[in-house]
Design a protein around this ligand. Sequence first.
Ligand code: GAR
Length: 188
Amino acid sequence: MIRLAILGSGSGSNALNIIEQSKDRKDVQVGLIICNVAGAGILQHAQNNGIPAVQMSNSELNSELALLDLLKEHHIDWIILAGFLRKIGSNICQAFPNKIINIHPALLPKYGGKGMYGHFVHDAVFQNKETQSGITIHYVNEHYDEGNIIAQFTAELAPTDLPKDIESKVRALEMAHFPTVIFETVLK
Ligand code: GAR
């Protein structure tokens, strides 16, 4: 059984989708949820699904040791970043080489890097009148949004699309593809 930890900072819609789709599988389970934001939706999803969840402060995350201990304690094999808005430190990257995956709500290398997350991405795509956006699923290294790309999926944008419409199209791609790429491509 492959054990996943999901790290998130927000509403946790991607985490919930992964949790739900993992329930039908015998080869993989979500063993731990970690969140750096008190009261974030992802913590509620963990509780509703009986998954151990830990809220860690940003300073605890910075030191990395508490996180490493927790991952070991829960026998975690892979780390999934699903809306986790902190950088992953070098100790964690070294302990999980090519075993950390992130989803980014744009077509990297465009609209990546520090400060490019959530609505900031969709606002920038809107301002630049892009005709496409999408999602990128990639391995994580010590630099924001720069690890090797595993898969990208594209949404066509209409000239009338507002940032909220761009976000809806991107979220639909996340729901359709993120668990499938994890289970059928990455973990195979
Ligand atoms: C998702 O759209 C994800 O792609 C994005 O945050 C959202 C989290 O939503 N991630 C980033 O922007 C990372 N740079 P969720 O908490 O509902 O899954």
